[in-house]
Design a protein around this ligand. Structure first.
Ligand code: NAD
Ligand code: MG
Length: 393
């Protein structure tokens, strides 16, 4: 029996993870669940899965959850705050941790899971983008197993040899080809992009996801963050990672080898496939996802990304090449800009301008400690907020 903690249980990935776990009660039990503010949803999950512990974002949320669980007769222990998130990620009772909190808020608990040598199922790409080598080293030092949940990285992982040691050359890997749907604005006239609403930006053609990653998909910053994520997971330099637009989201990514072979992983676009793959790895279990029928899809298309349409993708490649804390600055500026867009404070095309301004204004430094990364994250958030306040005047 594998015991699982889900960080971010009420989110899109968290709910899909619980859906897979519920199909295999003989293999998995839920040790702990976390949510930030959606207390009612978390309470319903606790009633169904009976975790030993549950963590929320505030004392008030903990009180509300306590009242709901007492009324339901559920004896889950309730805690709140970041230290409690780190505790449920690193507790000795836990085998695997699904890291599915969105954004920088997930860094500390995801790192705690890695430092405790857990099997870390990594959905929270922002944590790895920010901390890079520090995260990879922490996982290696503690013997943690890092399994990618992001569909592209899970696909790449499946297309690499099982002996792969983060050295593309040693395995004959020529390129990692990350596919990208291009999001909802792939063909929309560029000069109309400033007028798009958060609802339009969050309406992804193929995937149903949380609002932050949906906006990231519309700007293609999501793919930019994934390029940086691929760099750290697979040890590939920026020049060995290509982005290929593939609007159908059927090929989830590919690896091309020096002998001319290209291996791809295909499937219906449903995150339960990579979640089930990582949960059961190296075995395979039913995920609830329908089998892919290629004759129904009939056509698969591919094109190069247009960096002028998607400046965020270029900014992310720049940050990866700059190294150090540049990806952490990029990530923090993006989180602030996306939230401002969702709050109707800035237009869609101002997201990339805010990020570019922050990257120009702040020199990046060495990413030699988590404290250095977090202080650059805070500086970038402040700079982005100032710039946004200036725009609003
Ligand atoms: P979501 O917004 O649906 O859910 C986010 C979860 O994080 C919720 O449970 C929420 O309670 C929790 N959370 C939010 N803010 C928090 C905070 N400050 N402190 C603690 N917890 C907090 O997001 P999602 O779409 O499930 O994405 C989660 C992560 O997985 C993101 O990093 C995203 O990039 C990654 N991811 C998601 C998908 C997808 O299909 N949704 C695919 C690939 C990668
Ligand atoms: Mg992805």
């Amino acid at each position: 029996m594998q015991r699982i903690t889900i960080l971010g249980a009420t989110g899109s990935i968290g709910v899909s993870t619980l859906d897979v776990l519920a199909r295999h009660p003989e293999r998995y039990s839920v040790y702990a669940l976390s949510a930030h503010s959606r207390v009612e949803e978390l309470a319903a999950q606790c009633v169904q899965f009976r975790p030993a512990r549950a963590v929320v974002g505030s004392a008030a949320a903990a009180d509300r959850l306590g009242a709901l669980l007492r009324a339901a007769g559920v004896a889950t222990q309730i805690e709140f705050g970041e230290a409690a998130l780190c505790a449920i990620a690193s507790a000795p009772e836990v085998d695997s941790v699904m890291a599915a909190i969105v954004g920088a808020a997930g860094l500390a608990p995801t790192l705690a899971a890695a430092r405790a040598g857990k099997k870390v199922l990594l959905a929270n790409k922002e944590a790895l983008v920010m901390s890079g080598q520090l995260f990879i080293d922490a996982a290696a030092d503690a013997g943690a197993v890092l399994l990618p949940i992001d569909s592209e990285h899970n696909a790449v992982f499946q297309c690499l040899p099982s002996s792969y040691g983060r050295q593309p050359g040693a395995s004959g890997v020529a390129k990692i080809l990350l596919t990208a749907s291009g999001g909802p604005f792939l063909t929309r006239a560029v000069d109309t992009l400033d007028a798009v609403t958060p609802e339009q930006a969050c309406k992804h053609p193929n995937w149903s996801m949380g609002r932050k990653i949906s906006v990231d998909s519309a700007t293609m910053m999501n793919k930019g963050l994934e390029v940086i994520e691929a760099h750290w997971l697979f040890g590939a330099p920026a020049d060995q990672i290509d982005v290929v637009i593939h609007p159908q989201s059927v090929i989830h990514s590919m690896v091309s080898y020096v002998d001319g072979s290209v291996l791809a992983q295909l499937g219906n676009p449903d995150m339960r496939t990579p979640i089930a793959h990582a949960l059961a790895y190296p075995e395979r279990i039913d995920s609830g996802v329908a089998q892919l029928d290629l004759t129904q899809i009939a056509t698969l298309q591919f094109e190069r990304p247009d960096f002028a349409r998607f400046p965020c993708l270029a900014l992310a490649f720049d940050a990866l090449r700059a190294g150090g804390t540049a990806p952490a600055l990029l990530n923090a500026a993006n989180e602030v800009a996306v939230q401002a867009f969702l709050d109707l404070k800035i237009g869609f095309r101002q997201i990339d301008r805010v990020i570019a301004r922050v990257m120009e204004a702040l020199p990046h430094g060495a990413a030699d400690s988590i404290e250095a990364v977090m202080s650059q994250d805070a500086l970038a958030r402040g700079a982005a907020e100032n710039f946004i306040a200036g725009l609003a005047k």
